[in-house]
Design a protein around this ligand. Structure first.
Ligand SMILES: Cc1cc2nc3c(=O)[nH]c(=O)nc-3n(C[C@H](O)[C@H](O)[C@H](O)COP(=O)(O)OP(=O)(O)OC[C@H]3O[C@@H](n4cnc5c(N)ncnc54)[C@H](O)[C@@H]3O)c2cc1C
Ligand code: FES
Ligand code: FES
Length: 480
C-alpha cells in the first residue's frame, strides 16, 4: 500500500498496476481531468502538478510532470492538482491573475501553467523576469502567447492575495510526518508487478540482491518513457527516492559528495558555487519540472551517450561509489561506461554516491552544449573541459564529450596535443584536428556527423578565446 495526501486528505492506494503514471491515475481513476496529457513525455507541461514535501517542520513545493511520474512514488508526499487551488468559491491568486491578464485562450495548457506558477509563487519571495521564465520554461502554449501569462505571473504576487496552503502548512506537515511514522513496508503490487519504495539504503540494497532483475527508478524522467512511449511494462521496480540519505548533497574538505537520488534542483547551488559554468548547463537540462524530479544518479545510470552530466563528471575526475549488498567499490565515472548502454555495474549493484573533487589552483572548468533549441532540449554534442595552465603552459587537461560516440568519453588525442604544450592558438588548432582521431560521430535527427565534429572542434576555439579574454585568465582558483 502507498499513502499520500490528496490535497489535505489522506489517500491510500493498493492493488493497482504499479506501472501506472500519476496522470493516468488522476484522469482515469479519480476522474480529475484538470491535468491534461499533451505529449506524455515530459515536454509540454500540460500535466504539471505540484508535490509538497515536509522536511519535518516546513513544506517545500515542486512542480513535476505527472505524465512521467509513477503514482507509487508519491508515498509520504502531498499532491496538489489544479482542482485544489480554488478556495470555496474564491479563485486562487494565480488563477485570478490568469483571468485578469487574459492568460488563456483554448485552455489546454492553462492548468499546467497555473501549477508551475503556483509552485514558483510558493517558493519565491521576490519574483524576477528571469525566475518566471525559468519556472515556466517547461510549459508550452500554442495559442495565447506568453506575454499575458508572464504578466499574470507578476500579478499573482500582489501582497494581499491570500493563499490557503500557507495557512494550513503546519497541519499538512504534521499529517505527512504521521504517514512517515506509520510506514511499514511501502510497496504497490498488482498484475504480478511490484513497485518497492524502501526507506533506507540497506533495505534498497537487499531488495536488489533479492530481485537482481529489478529496474531502479529515481526521478523516472528517463525510465517512465518505457511506459508512456514504448508501452512496455516492468515487473519489479525499486524506487531510490525515499531511501534516507540517498538524496543528500554534502561538502567535505576535498570533494562534493552527491547521493545518487539527489535531483538537479537540490544539487545545483553547491555545484554552481564551485563550477560556475554548470549554472547554464543545468538550467538548460530539461525544464524546471524535469530538474525537480531528475537525478544525477539517473543521468549516469541511464548510460545514454547524450546525457549531459557524464562528460562533465568525467572531465572533473569524478568517481562513483557502487554498492552491492553491504560491499562498496569506487570507480572513475569514465570506467562506468563500456559500450552503448552497457556499463560496468554488476548485477544487484547500484550507484550509491557520486564524488566530485573540489577544484584546485589554476583549474579552469568550462562546459558547452549544442542542442537544436536553447532550452529543454537534449544535446547534439556536449563538451566538458578541465584545464590547468601555469605560466602559459598546459599542466593538466581532461576533455570529455557526450554525443560524439556510443558512450561519453575522453578525447585522448586532443588532450595529448595540449598537455605540456604552450597554451597557444597554434596548439589549439592542432588539438582541433586531433579531435577527429578521437571521435567518428553519427548522423541522426539531432545533427549530422559533420556538424557534430565541426562544432565540437569549435568548442576548443571557444575555450581558448574565453580563457584568454576573461580578466581572471589563467587564474589561481579562488578555492585554492
Ligand atoms: C523532457 C525531458 C528533457 C530532458 N532533457 C535532458 C537534458 O537536457 N539533458 C540530459 O542529460 N537529460 C535530459 N533528460 C533525461 C533525464 O531527465 C535525465 O537523464 C535524468 O537525469 C534522469 O534521471 P532520473 O532520476 O529521472 O532517472 P530515471 O529515469 O529514474 O532512471 C534512469 C536510468 O538510470 C537507472 N538508475 C537510476 N538510479 C540509479 C542508481 N542509483 N544506480 C544505478 N542505476 C540507476 C534506472 O534504472 C534507469 O535505467 C530529459 C528528459 C525529459 C523527459
Ligand atoms: S503531457 Fe506533456 S509534459 Fe506531461
Ligand atoms: S491557451 Fe491554448 S495552448 Fe495555451
Amino acid at each position: 500500500m502507498i499513502k499520500f495526501l490528496l490535497n489535505q486528505t489522506e489517500h491510500s492506494v493498493s492493488d493497482i498496476d504499479p506501472n501506472i503514471t500519476l496522470l493516468d491515475y488522476l484522469r482515469e481513476h479519480l476522474h480529475k481531468k484538470g491535468s491534461k496529457e499533451g505529449c506524455a513525455s515530459g515536454d509540454c507541461g500540460a500535466c504539471t502538478v505540484v508535490l509538497g514535501e515536509s522536511d519535518g517542520q516546513t513544506m517545500r513545493y515542486k512542480s513535476i510532470n505527472s505524465c512521467i511520474t509513477l503514482l507509487a512514488s508519491l508515498h509520504g508526499k502531498q499532491l496538489i492538482t489544479v482542482e485544489d487551488l480554488k478556495n470555496d468559491e474564491q479563485l486562487h491568486p494565480v488563477q485570478q491573475a490568469m483571468v485578469d491578464c487574459h492568460g488563456s485562450q483554448c485552455g489546454f495548457c492553462t492548468p499546467g501553467f497555473v501549477m508551475s506558477m503556483f509552485a514558483y509563487r510558493k517558493n519565491t519571495q521576490t519574483p524576477t523576469r528571469e525566475g518566471i521564465n525559468e519556472a515556466l520554461g517547461g510549459n508550452l502554449c500554442r495559442c495565447t502567447g506568453y506575454r499575458p501569462i508572464v504578466e499574470a505571473a507578476v500579478q499573482m504576487f500582489e501582497p494581499d492575495a491570500k493563499d490557503q496552503f500557507t495557512e494550513t502548512e503546519s497541519v499538512t506537515s504534521k499529517k505527512l510526518n504521521q504517514i512517515k511514522l506509520s510506514d511499514s513496508e511501502v510497496a504497490l503490487s498488482a498484475l504480478g508487478r511490484t513497485f518497492y519504495s524502501p526507506a533506507t539504503v540497506t533495505e534498497l540494497s537487499s531488495l536488489l540482491i533479492n530481485h537482481p532483475h529489478a529496474r531502479l527508478i529515481a526521478g523516472g524522467t528517463d525510465l517512465s518513457l518505457e511506459f508512456t512511449q514504448f508501452l512496455r511494462n516492468i515487473d519489479v521496480l525499486i524506487y531510490t527516492g525515499r531511501a534516507e540519505g540517498l538524496d543528500t548533497v554534502i561538502e567535505t574538505e576535498s570533494q562534493i559528495d552527491i547521493g545518487s537520488a539527489a535531483t538537479y534542483s537540490k544539487a545545483k547551488s553547491l555545484l554552481v558555487q564551485y563550477f560556475p559554468d554548470l549554472e547554464e548547463l543545468i538550467e538548460r537540462l530539461g525544464s524546471r519540472q524535469i530538474r525537480n524530479q531528475g537525478t544525477i544518479g539517473g543521468n549516469v545510470g541511464n548510460a545514454s551517450p547524450i546525457g549531459d552530466m557524464p562528460p562533465v563528471l568525467i572531465a572533473l575526475g569524478a568517481q562513483l561509489v557502487l554498492r552491492k549488498g553491504d560491499t562498496t567499490r569506487t570507480i572513475n565515472v569514465a570506467d562506468y561506461f563500456l559500450k552503448y548502454k552497457v556499463t560496468s555495474q554488476q548485477s544487484s549493484e547500484f550507484i550509491e554516491r557520486i564524488l566530485i573533487p573540489k577544484p584546485k589552483a589554476q583549474e579552469n572548468f568550462r562546459v558547452y552544449k549544442i542542442s537544436k533549441r536553447m532550452e529543454d532540449d537534449i544535446s547534439a554534442t556536449c563538451g566538458a573541459f578541465n584545464i590547468e595552465i601555469e605560466n602559459g603552459l598546459v599542466k593538466r587537461v581532461a576533455i570529455a564529450y557526450g554525443g560524439m560516440a556510443e558512450i561519453p568519453k575522453r578525447a585522448k588525442h586532443c588532450e595529448k596535443a595540449l598537455l605540456n604544450k604552450d597554451w597557444s592558438e597554434h596548439n589549439i588548432q592542432v588539438a582541433m584536428a586531433e579531435l577527429a582521431k578521437d571521435f567518428s560521430p553519427i548522423s541522426d535527427f539531432r545533427s549530422s556527423a559533420e556538424y557534430r565534429l565541426l562544432v565540437s572542434q569549435n568548442f576548443l576555439q571557444r575555450l581558448f578565446l574565453e580563457l584568454n579574454s576573461s580578466h581572471d585568465t589563467l587564474r589561481v582558483s579562488q578555492y585554492a
